[in-house]
Design a protein around this ligand. Structure first.
Ligand SMILES: [Zn+2]
Length: 105
């Protein structure tokens, strides 16, 4: 099975004698020397917005170490806030909360 053609060829058209390729984006003529490195370099430097080797947007959104390890509210603060929200939003009398606590002991 022959290898798949390089992705970079979607931006170029090979000349009839196969010694050059013309860029479909800017019509520049690129010398071919057996590989596609000249073509890839042309796209990389002349058309960076279509460069396939650039990091994809998903990779660019990867969190930084500072974001991953940023200080977060402690779990007790989170639990207290959730309890306060429950008491306020459900109109639960505080005596109810105290009784439920006693039942758990
Ligand atoms: Zn070009």
């Amino acid at each position: 099975m022959p290898p798949l053609p390089s992705e970079v060829w979607k931006h170029f058209r090979k000349s009839a004698d196969k010694s050059t390729a013309s860029c479909l984006l800017c019509s520049a003529t690129i010398q071919l020397h057996g590989g596609t490195s000249n073509l890839r370099n042309h796209v990389k430097f002349k058309h960076p917005s279509v460069d396939n080797n650039k990091a994809s947007p998903d990779v660019a959104k990867q969190q930084t170490l500072h974001q991953v390890f940023a200080p977060r509210p402690s779990s007790s603060e989170t639990i207290n806030q959730a309890l306060a929200n429950f008491v306020v939003q459900a109109y639960v009398p505080m005596i109810y909360s105290a009784d439920r606590t006693r039942n758990c002991e």
